[in-house]
Design a protein around this ligand. Structure first.
Ligand code: DON
Length: 307
């Protein structure tokens, strides 16, 4: 295999010239203002070395990628009882779909759908204030990355709070089924601020290392989750991490990965690498167009597919 830094630099150069960059999400106003020419990639290898290129140091809105960290915390707090309120099956629907909730008693198919992550936010809330939950999330992600320069973009959270009609509908609908236990506005306060987590590709790849190291944070040696739980989170990322594009992503890339409408993707090559890519233009399933292409090329050149 050629040198990883060379591969990463080549991919960034190829993406700089890519003509079809997808469309930037504009239903959250601040995301619509992001330059579609941006592209970043960071690959942290098994030795902990970071290979970055392009805009790998620029913070972006990680959006649904943060659902991985929220799920990890909720499993820590609630253990397997989480699975009574959210499923583990791919939905085959868009990330913000409501249709299955009607016939499935308000229980979302998986924790990465918006509906699923709203239930996870309800679980995280417990008896706390939304600000305490978000402070815990931030502490957790900073500790995973070993860096403090990770923040919540309050303008992004406020924009979602102002226009998140679908999420409000999902939350109210699930509340009607008894699958939200707290006040809808407080649950959504957690959810919107979680989505507004802002990190660079390098920071995101650092934060994802526990998923490539059987649940251990390699910088501290601490166990973040058990090896079994790390495998299970990776399994959910593989089957559900790209919504109704999860099959296509597995076909093209073959790695557990979670996307966000900010154009970021966190991908895990178990035992080999933690990878983050970012390009704001999305495909028709709401997943980063060039992020997916870059990961496809990375896997072709490294042989890292899990299949
Ligand atoms: O709730 C929303 O619609 C956004 N905050 C997050 C959606 C998202 O990232 C879906 N990912 N591709």
């Amino acid at each position: 295999m050629p040198n990883l830094s060379t591969i990463v630099a080549e991919i960034a150069a190829e993406m700089a010239d890519a003509p079809d960059r997808g469309a930037v999400a504009d239903y959250i106003a601040p995301l619509g203002a992001v330059d579609p020419r941006k592209f970043g990639i960071a690959v942290i290898d098994a030795d902990g070395v970071c290979h970055g290129a392009g805009d790998a140091e620029e913070a972006f809105s990680v959006q649904s990628v943060a659902k991985v960290f929220g799920l990890t915390l909720a499993l820590g707090a609630g253990g397997d009882s989480v699975w009574k309120r959210v499923g583990r099956e791919p939905s085959g629907t868009a990330f913000n779909s409501i249709v299955q909730l009607e016939t499935e008693r308000g229980i979302p198919r998986n924790p990465f759908l918006n509906a699923g992550a709203i239930v996870i936010s309800d679980i995280l809330l417990g008896n706390r204030q939304p600000a305490e939950v978000i402070a815990e999330l931030l502490r957790f992600v900073r500790a995973l990355a070993g860096e403090d320069g990770i923040f919540i973009d309050n303008a992004v959270a406020a924009a979602e709070e102002a226009t998140g009609y679908r999420n409000k509908a999902l939350a109210n609908y699930m509340r009607a089924f008894g699958n939200l236990h707290h006040d809808v506005d407080r649950v959504l306060g957690v959810y919107f601020h979680q989505c507004a987590l802002a990190m660079s590709c390098r920071q995101l790849a650092l934060a994802g290392r526990y998923l490539m190291r059987s649940g251990r944070n390699p910088s501290t040696g601490h166990s973040v989750v058990s090896p079994q739980r790390a495998r299970r989170i990776n399994a959910l990322m593989l089957t559900c991490g790209h919504y109704d594009g999860s099959g296509e992503f597995a076909f093209r890339v073959g790695l557990p990965a979670k996307s966000g409408v900010g154009g970021g993707i966190l991908a895990v090559a178990p035992g080999k690498a933690s990878i983050a890519v970012w390009s704001p233009g999305l495909n028709d399933r709401g997943n980063s167009q060039l992020g997916t292409l870059a990961l496809e090329r990375l896997v072709q050149r490294t042989g890292w597919s899990v299949f």
